[in-house]
Structures are given as C-alpha cells and as structure tokens.
Design a protein around this ligand. Structure first.
Ligand code: FAD
Length: 458
C-alpha cells in the first residue's frame, strides 16, 4: 500500500541522489529509478582496464562556495575523499610557457581577490586596475541593475565594463567559460556576475578549488545508495521511466517503466534533463504553460581528452591554458596522490563551450590537444603518448544564454505531488553540481513540507 512517506525519484545523478538522500534522512522510503546501467548521470567515472586508472567522463571541479554539495557529501561520509585548496591558486600559461599565477592572498574577501588580480603577471598594471574596477562595477550591477544584466551576454558586459582583448583573454574568459560552459558571446552576463559574487568576491574559502581524489562515481554513488537503502528505499539501474500516470487530474499516481512495470508513490521528483522530462509527460500535459517551453532549453558541449604519456609532464595539479582551444590540463597523478608512484603520466584536458569542435574527429582533437600542450608546456615535447581517450559530452550542461536562463522552471509544478530537480532548474546558479544538489535539496524539502501537510490532514 502507498504511504505518504513513499517517494519516487526519477534519475540517479547528483540532483536525484541528493534529493533521495535528504528524504531518506527525514524518514521517507525512496525509490530511485535510473535508466542507465550505472548511477552518476553526467558526472560519472569508470575503470580503464588497460591503464588501471579511474577515468571521469570529464574532470569536475567544485568550489569552496558549493555549500549544498559539501553538505551532501558530508552527509554521505565522502568529505574525506575531497582535496580542498587552502587559497585559490591557478597557474595560467600562454604559448611558450609564459605564466601568471591567480593566487588569492590571506586577506578577508573580497580583498583576497583584489590581491590576486594585482599580482597577476599576465596583465599589465593598468589592466589589473581596470579589471578590479570592472569587477566592482559588475557587483553593483548585480545588486542594482539585474534586469540589464539578465538581457546581456558576457561579451556585451565586457564592452560595458571597458575590458580590452587581453583582459578578456587572460582573465575574464577563462573563468567565464570554466564556470558557465559557454562561449562568452552567448553566455548570460547575469550568471557570470552571480558566480563572481558567490565564488570570487565573497569569503576567501569560497573561491578555493575542491576536487575528488577518487573517481567521480565512487565519490558520491555508493554512499548515497547506502543511506537510501538504510531508510528502507531502493535504487534501481536499467530502470527507464517511460511515462507519468495520473489517477485524477493534477495528481500523479505512479510511473510506468519501459519494461512494463508500474510503481506508485505519494510524491514524485523528476531529476532528469529537460528533453527527457518532456518525454515523461503524458500527451496533452505539454500544452500547460508551465511545461510548454521546456523543450526550447538547449545545451552546450564539453570535450575531454584523457592522455597517458611515458612520463610525468608537470608537477602542477592543474594549469589553465590562455589563448588555445584547450582550456585546462589536470594532472591526474597529482589529483589521485600517485605522484612519483606510477611511471607514466596521466593528464586530462578540458575544452568547455566546445560548440565549434564537437563534431571534429577524435584524431583531430587529439592532435589539437597535444599541439596545445607542446605550445604551453615546452617540456612535454619529448614525451611519448601511450594512449588516449576522447570523450565528447554533447549535452554537457544547459546552454547558459540569457534566453535559456529565462526559461528555467521552478521546482514546484502545477501538479501538486510532482516536483523537479536538476542543474537546469532555476536556482540562480549556472548548470553545475551545486545547482543540481541545491535543487535536489529544495525538492526534498518541498516533498517533506507537502507530506507534513498531508499527515496533518489525515
Ligand atoms: C564533462 C563535464 C564536465 C563538467 N564539469 C563540471 C565542473 O567542473 N563543476 C561542476 O560543478 N559541474 C560540472 N559539470 C556539470 C555537472 O556534471 C552537472 O551539472 C551535474 O552532473 C548534473 O546533475 P543532474 O543530476 O542535474 O543531471 P544528470 O547527471 O544528467 O542526471 C539525470 C539522470 O537521469 C537519468 N534519466 C534520464 N531520463 C530518465 C528516465 N526516463 N528514467 C530514468 N532515468 C532517467 C539519466 O540517465 C541521468 O543519470 C560538468 C559536466 C560535464 C558533462
């Protein structure tokens, strides 16, 4: 028999699992249904049998300001698998190896970031002062002129702020593309301003990078399953939900799976991307104004190239590349704390907002990335490539354009017992892990509030 504490969560990524864990901790019995053979959604890892290494679909970086994510990871006992930078420190290199360090000072925020900019050698003193003034003006616009920001792209904002080509290329755009996953000509200025306010101009610890020293799936999937099952719930993979079922208008009674099974519950959370959500709705439901435009939310790709060399190439944990198609190098030996233990080097390269490259062939992409590596770190030129994997995530995140940002829905739907979660729900954040978990926690709280009301009435 269905009890008020029964909840179905569709989707086993960060949003679905964080919602399910939060509910299980409140005494709910949750069924998580994931259509793929494994949990993790767009943030997963797998074991590469040939190299013996764990490979993430793409290197993921969290930040100190990811309060909801850190709470979730704490709650499943995963905090010990994270490495926290004490202060933000990013080495940025240009062709030929010229480097600048974006390193915050031990000062209260936002002075820590002002000091980082003032010491950033890839910009002239004049450019550094101008970037600082631009940052302060952007914060003022975020506070007093949000309407204007929410219409503008990052590139248009840079015009307004008087930022020249070099300031954009060496400072603003690397951070914008990394955090928004989009070409600055297309990305929303309001989302960038929000990121700078929360991450770079808040507390010093908020701007620090945080990363997992285990494969992504290991970081959060087994710990989540343990808690959901301990609460009497279940987690099923290979469990594709085909449609929502309605007993009475305005109330979901159950879900029908692709294998024909039906599952009933008192409340439902769909933690799936917009295109999949639209497919779950029964015929006619898409005409409701709430759901009508969700299919117009588009996505932006990320390309990741994982490469094994006959030697370690760099001592750095990660390096930002300025002015090349490849944007970041992550040194997996350092990240997994295996530096010096394994004979070969294992690097992951990231190209975010990769619209122009996503249809290129794997060989071409590999040549591009190794060419960029040789240009940026000349010491890599003698290294022999042993093996490589090119992973293209064509729908890595929601496209963070002003138009898509406006279309993002709230977690509460017109259906009283049906809630949404996912990085693309309107959280005020770009489509990141933090947005996914914030939405998961908020959806869990909404279900708990509704169940509380139900219990009082019953
Ligand atoms: C390469 C890459 C790099 C990234 N880097 C970063 C980073 O550095 N920092 C950061 O914060 N974020 C990063 N992101 C974004 C981050 O991965 C996502 O924001 C986050 O994983 C989204 O989680 P989610 O739960 O909202 O969605 P998803 O992970 O997409 O989860 C949805 C799940 O629902 C399942 N599903 C869909 N339809 C059905 C159905 N009908 N029935 C059952 N199950 C269904 C899917 O299979 C999927 O597992 C990156 C993303 C990619 C791809």
């Amino acid at each position: 028999m269905v009890e008020p504490r029964d909840v179905v969560v569709i989707g086993g990524g960060f949003a679905g699992l964080s919602a399910a864990v939060a509910l299980a901790k409140r005494g709910f019995r949750v069924a998580v249904l994931e259509r793929k053979p494994a949990l993790g959604g767009r943030a997963y890892s797998f074991a590469d049998t040939e190299s013996g290494d764990f490979v993430d679909n793409g290197q993921h970086v969290l930040m100190g300001c990811y309060a909801e994510t850190l709470k979730f990871l704490d709650g499943i006992g995963a905090r010990g698998q994270l490495v926290f930078q004490r202060n933000l420190a990013i080495a940025m290199v240009e062709r030929g190896g010229r480097a600048g360090m974006l390193k915050t000072a031990r000062l209260p925020g936002p002075l820590h970031m002002a000091a980082a900019l003032m010491r950033y050698r890839l910009l002239t003193l004049r450019e550094r002062l101008s970037a600082m003034r631009a940052g302060l003006r952007m914060l003022r616009m975020h506070r007093y002129d949000r309407a204007r920001l929410s219409q503008a792209t990052v590139a248009a904002l840079m015009e307004v702020l008087g930022q020249g080509e070099r300031a954009r290329r060496c400072f603003w755009y690397p951070l914008a593309i990394a955090t928004l996953n989009e070409d600055p000509e297309l990305a929303s200025a309001a989302l960038l301003a929000g990121v700078f306010k929360r991450a770079f101009f808040a507390r010093r610890s908020d701007s620090a990078f945080v990363y997992a020293r285990v494969g992504l799936s290991d970081l959060y999937c087994p710990g989540s399953v343990r808690i959901i099952e301990a609460g009497g719930g279940l987690v099923e993979t290979h469990a594709a939900v085909e449609t929502l079922e309605f007993a009475a208008p305005g109330t979901v009674s159950g879900v029908r799976l692709r294998d024909g099974r039906r599952l009933q519950a008192a409340n439902f959370i769909a933690a799936v991307p917009p295109a999949q959500l639209v497919r779950l709705l029964p015929e006619g439901a898409g005409a409701d104004p709430f759901f009508a435009h969700l299919g117009e939310i588009t996505s932006s790709p990320i390309i990741c190239v994982h490469a094994w060399f006959d030697r370690e190439i760099t001592d750095a944990v990660f390096v930002g590349f300025v002015g090349t198609a490849t944007q970041w190098l992550f040194n997996k030996r350092r990240i997994f704390a295996e530096h010096g233990e394994r004979a070969n080097g294992y690097l992951s390269f990231v190209i975010s907002g990769a619209r122009k490259l996503v249809d290129a062939g794997n060989e071409e992409l590999l040549d591009l990335v190794t060419g960029d590596l040789n240009a940026m770190i000349p010491a890599s030129r003698g290294a022999r490539l042993l093996k490589a994997l090119v992973l293209k995530e064509k729908q890595a995140t929601m496209a963070p354009s002003p138009e898509c940002d406006r279309l993002r829905p709230s977690l509460a739907t017109p259906i009283s017992n049906f809630f949404l979660a996912g990085d693309w729900i309107q959280t005020g954040l770009p489509a990141t892990i933090e947005s996914a978990v914030a939405s998961g926690h908020a959806a869990a709280a909404a279900v708990a509030a509704r169940a509380g009301d139900w219990a009082k009435r019953a």
